[in-house]
Each structure stands twice: as structure tokens, then as C-alpha cells.
Design a protein around this ligand. Structure first.
Ligand code: TMP
Length: 395
């Protein structure tokens, strides 16, 4: 891995602080957020990895059901899975609070979710749930309990696991011969195009490209037979994967198309990442200038969506509560707490919190359309949003 970007010292992204933590001056854990490119595999990853147990514990706050966009996306995919693949059994790695699997018959689903506070939700609804990390010993256990699985799905999870060989070896162990693996994660091409450097934080160990995925899975005789571009999480790719020995499924022409798009963008070349780094540094400068200029005119700015992504932005740009009065968010486990590192307060979302606010920094820029629709009144009254994607500006 060759380093191309330094985003400074960062706190663990999803570790929101309580007022007691602040009172007791709880020491937060910081790590150096550096990003590198591997010329051999073409993978992009963070260099200093935090152990999974420190990130995905029993108080994990992220809930995929908090966004209508995600719910809709999962529902549409579920329909497609049932129509095209008719799986007898479906395994989801990283089932979170069950937003995808709730679209399936309980008897047909196996959930894997190491965060116990989330696993308990799907368990409580009667879904078979393993509250464990995805690895070969769990794969063996699942195979002996349920036999082979004909569909495995994983969204925004595999990119959180450092040892990709272990991930695919374990999948290889339980996936039936003509089984299908579907994974989706933020797309590196979109991340580069949008200068979305906030896709990098301790949990996002990798930001995947088709180029990188192909290189990793070929070792296990898997191949991508279809890709889909998604709008979720600021531009994601959904990879449909099969065994190379399965000739019943044809390879779609969109695989080549995506690969060509990545090569056209020179994602196989280190220089591309140096250009990205330069854009990131310009983005920081511009955002800081914009926010300070607004603040100088005595305007009130708050944040909307206390995302893990905003943790990267705020800590990298050193934006604290002198600039952003507070954040609003709908997630129960984030609200009435403080942002990691910058200690900006997160209030439980209610419309009245937007009264007397002049500008809103869009932490959840990936839900821009959904949020703009919801906040029509704020916009009508002259309220403005600030986004840093693709370049810092008022919208
Ligand atoms: P994510 O970008 O990591 O998925 O997180 C999105 C965050 O934004 C999550 O904490 C929920 C929050 N959010 C709101 O507070 N209101 C909304 O309308 C939406 C769409 C998200």
C-alpha cells in the first residue's frame, strides 16, 4: 500500500459521547487516518486499521432503517432477488436492524450481525440470527446447521472487514455451486469524482472498485457477472458474483462498461490518487473559508445528519461548535450525545430546531434529495444548505 492521503488524527467515527463522558473527560481513542493505493490489487484502503471489536460492539448506533431511501432500495432488491434467483435460503452478512431481510419469509433467512444491540432486533422478530463476526468458523457452523446457501447478500459490510481473503474464503465455504453472492458498497469511482474524502473513516477500511473486487475474488474462482450503479451512500456499486464454473449465468456487458469507466478515469494509476489528494486539500480550504465567512456575518449554522462521514470532515477541517451550533439527527442512539472529536451537540431531530437557523451544513449529503424534500419549509423561508460535495458551496 502506498500512501496518498493524510486526513490527520481522527476519533473512532461512531463513538458518540454522552454528557457524562464529557464531564468525566473521557479519553477518546484517536488514530491516524491515512489512505493508500495498492498497485498490485488496485485496492484503496486506510492504512492504520482499528480492530473490529473496537468498532462493532454491542452499542453500535448506525441503523439502516433510518432512511426511506435505504428502505426503498432494499425493498426493490428483495423483489428482484425473489424474481430472478428464487433462493431457498438467503444469508445476509451485516444484517443491521433487518431492513433488507424483513422483505423475506422468516424461514428462509439467516442473519449475521456481530453488534448485539442490532442482532437482538432481528432475533426478536423471529429471524435466525448469529451475533458473530463473519469468518471461517462461523461459515463452518452455518454450513453444518443449514447446509449450503444459494444466495448471500451483504451491503456496506465487507468493506468494513480488513482480511478480505478470510471474507471470501468463508463465503466460498457456504455458497452452493450455482449460488449467487450480491455485495454493495460505496463506489471508489464516485468517491473520486465527488471528492468525497469523507468516505474514509476507521470503519470504511476499503472503498471498493470493480477493478479491486475482481482481483480479490478471482483467487477463489469467483467472477462478477453484473454490476448496478446505485444512488445510495453517495454512489454505490452492487456486484453480482458467481462461481467461474457456473456457466448457466451469462456475464452482462455492463461489467465491461464499468471496468472501462474505471480505466478511463485511470483508477489503476497512482497519479490519479495524488490528484485526488490535491482536490481534497483544496476542498478543506474552501469549506473552512466559506464557513468562517458566514459566521463573521453573525449567521447561525447547524449540521444535519451526524454521520460518520461528517466526523472525518469536521476533524480534518477542525470545525467545532464555534461554527456549528449543533447537529440534528433522527437516530435514537446518536441523539442527546456529542460528535466524536469535535464535541458538537447532536439534538433529536424536530422541525422547530431549524427555526432561526440561517444555514445547514449537510452532514448526510448522500440523502440530499430526501432531506431537501423534507425541509421544503426551511428552504421556502430563505434557509440555505451548505455542502462540501463535490466542492464546498451554498445550495
Ligand atoms: P449515513 O450517511 O451514514 O447513512 O447516515 C445518515 C445519517 O443521517 C443518519 O444518522 C440518519 C441521519 N438522517 C436524518 O437525521 N434525517 C434524515 O432525513 C435522513 C435521511 C438521515
Amino acid at each position: 500500500m502506498k500512501k496518498f492521503l493524510d486526513l490527520g488524527m481522527q476519533p473512532l467515527a461512531n463513538k458518540y459521547l454522552t454528557s457524562n463522558d464529557l464531564k468525566n473527560k473521557k479519553k477518546e481513542q484517536f488514530y491516524h487516518l491515512e489512505v493508500g493505493f495498492d498497485n498490485k490489487t488496485k485496492l484503496v484502503s486506510i492504512l492504520n486499521k482499528v480492530p473490529s471489536q473496537k468498532m462493532f460492539d454491542d452499542n453500535y448506533p448506525y441503523r439502516s432503517s433510518m432512511s426511506k431511501t435505504m428502505i426503498r432500495s432494499f425493498k426493490a432488491l428483495s423483489k428482484k432477488i425473489i424474481k430472478f434467483y428464487k433462493p431457498k435460503i438467503i444469508l445476509e452478512i451485516g444484517s443491521n436492524d433487518g431492513s433488507l431481510i424483513k422483505n423475506f419469509n422468516k424461514k428462509k433467512v439467516i442473519c449475521v450481525e456481530p453488534c448485539k444491540n442490532l442482532a437482538i432486533i432481528t432475533k426478536g422478530k423471529g429471524f435466525k440470527t448469529y451475533a458473530e463476526y463473519w469468518n471461517i468458523s462461523l461459515a463452518k457452523k452455518i454450513k453444518s446447521n443449514h447446509n449450503m446457501v444459494d444466495l448471500i447478500y451483504s451491503a456496506n459490510t465487507l468493506s468494513h472487514i480488513s482480511d478480505l481473503d478470510s471474507v471470501f474464503k468463508s463465503i466460498n465455504h457456504v455458497l452452493s455451486n450455482d449460488g449467487v453472492l450480491i455485495i454493495e458498497d460505496p463506489s471508489l469511482l464516485e468517491c473520486l469524482k465527488r471528492v468525497a474524502y469523507d468516505q474514509f473513516y476507521n470503519e470504511h477500511i476499503y472503498v471498493f472498485s470493480l477493478l479491486g473486487i475482481q482481483n480479490i475474488i478471482k483467487k477463489f474462482n469467483f467472477e462478477v457477472f453484473k454490476v448496478e450503479k446505485l444512488k445510495t451512500h453517495g454512489g454505490s456499486l452492487r456486484y453480482y458474483i458467481k462461481r467461474t464454473s457456473n456457466s448457466k449465468i451469462k456475464i452482462s456487458s455492463n461489467v465491461k462498461k464499468q471496468l472501462n469507466a474505471e480505466l478511463r478515469y485511470k483508477m489503476d494509476k497512482f497519479t490519479t490518487y495524488i490528484e485526488f489528494k490535491n482536490k481534497v486539500e483544496r476542498s478543506k480550504k474552501k469549506l473552512v473559508e466559506l464557513l468562517y465567512k458566514i459566521k463573521k456575518n453573525d449567521k447561525k449554522i447547524i449540521g444535519y445528519g451526524s454521520t460518520a462521514k461528517s466526523v472525518t470532515v469536521l476533524n480534518y477541517c477542525k470545525i467545532k461548535s464555534e461554527i456549528l451550533d449543533y447537529f440534528v439527527d433522527t437516530t435514537p442512539d446518536k441523539t442527546k450525545k456529542y460528535m466524536p472529536g469535535t464535541h458538537i451537540y447532536i439534538d433529536k431531530y424536530k422541525k422547530s430546531l431549524l427555526n432561526n437557523v440561517d444555514y445547514i451544513f449537510l452532514g448526510a449529503w448522500n440523502f440530499k434529495d430526501e432531506i431537501f424534500k423534507k425541509e421544503k419549509d426551511f428552504i421556502k423561508k430563505g434557509g440555505k444548505f451548505i455542502t462540501h460535495i463535490p466542492t464546498p458551496k451554498i445550495v
